[in-house]
Design a protein around this ligand. Structure first.
Ligand code: CDT
Length: 312
């Protein structure tokens, strides 16, 4: 029997710095209702989907910074989204800034969750590849202070049996790293969900600004093909507080082909019916890892060149 999952990639347009959580959640709800009308089983929202992309500012006041973080999930502001998901029988993926207290210590992460069709959280991921810088760089129009505001995620790249398949999560900059997909690929991932906030202008390397859209798609299409998995990449897009973010949200098949793509930089839902078995031909032939991968040789080369912590 075909394992078809109908997925909606719910791109968001800009979120203003002073936009309330409940206003944003109303936007998410509108998109979820559209997704339901269009037959979706799962709707995917972007990275940090509840607030503006606050790492673009150097925020000195700890109390002001904490306002961008969620101390519980669900919470009062997001409960209506969880309730609607349960009522409609639709799952969702949501990125947000997480403030966690674990073993008596406070931690901050850039986090994504996977919520099933009953409204229950079934997967949680904390971003590992944090881009940008840790110190204030006053000469820049926009900061990228993820290294200051978040800790490196401590969950690795797990996968979950959900929605009739094997699901994996990563966040934004993670999508540029082959290891991200491969670690999930080695666990048989069938669909990778990810959100991003990608500025048009990279202050650390403006020479590649004109390639931003290409590099976005290149990374996700390669990750899909090389691991025989669906990839659903969802942007926060448009001019947010004077900073232009790319759109290009898309749903990519295990062949590496884009099957649906956003054409605006606003709130926009794109939908595709995804056959979760479509990765099997890749996983059993050209990318049959058991038959063709040679990790013992990768390890040997890493040892020779002194590279630490090689992928096993
Ligand atoms: N949010 C995020 O990870 N954005 C990065 C921008 C890097 S430019 C400093 C990305 O890889 O898209």
């Amino acid at each position: 029997m075909a394992r078809t999952l109908t997925v909606g990639a719910a791109q968001l347009g800009p979120i203003a710095r002073d936009e309330s959580r409940s206003a944003v959640v109303q936007r998410l709800i509108m998109l979820m209702k559209q997704a339901h009308t269009r037959g979706c089983d799962l709707v995917v929202y972007p990275e940090l989907a509840l607030t503006t992309f606050f790492p673009r500012w150097y925020i000195e006041d700890p109390a002001e910074l904490e306002q961008f973080f969620e101390t519980a999930m669900p919470n009062a502001a997001t409960q209506p989204l969880f309730d609607l998901a349960g009522q409609l029988g639709i799952g969702f993926h949501l990125g947000y800034a997480e403030r966690a207290i674990e073993q008596g210590a406070v931690h901050h992460y850039n986090t994504a969750i996977l919520v099933d069709q009953s409204g229950k959280i079934v997967g949680k991921y904390r971003k590992i590849h944090l881009p940008g810088h840790g110190d204030y760089e006053p000469h820049r129009a926009f900061q990228h202070l993820e290294k200051r505001y978040f800790e490196v995620g401590d969950f690795g790249f797990p996968v979950w049996r959900a929605f009739g398949g094997i699901m994996g999560l990563c966040i934004c900059n993670d999508r540029r790293w082959p290891e991200t997909y491969r670690v999930m690929g080695l666990q048989g991932v069938e669909m990778v969900l990810l959100g991003y906030n990608t500025p048009q202008h990279n202050p650390h390397d403006p020479s590649s600004d004109h390639l931003n859209h290409f590099h976005n798609l290149l990374s996700m299409q390669a990750g899909a093909y090389q691991n025989g998995t669906w990839v659903v990449g969802v942007a926060k897009a448009g001019r947010e507080e004077g900073c232009d973010l790319i759109g290009d949200s898309c749903i990519i098949a295990p062949s590496g082909e884009i099957v649906a793509k956003a054409y605006t930089v606003e709130d926009e839902l794109i939908v595709a019916s995804c056959d979760l078995d479509a990765g099997i031909p890749y996983k059993t032939t050209i990318f049959n890892f058991a038959a063709h991968r040679r990790p013992e040789h990768y390890q040997r080369i890493c040892q020779q060149t002194g590279i630490q912590r090689p992928l096993k």
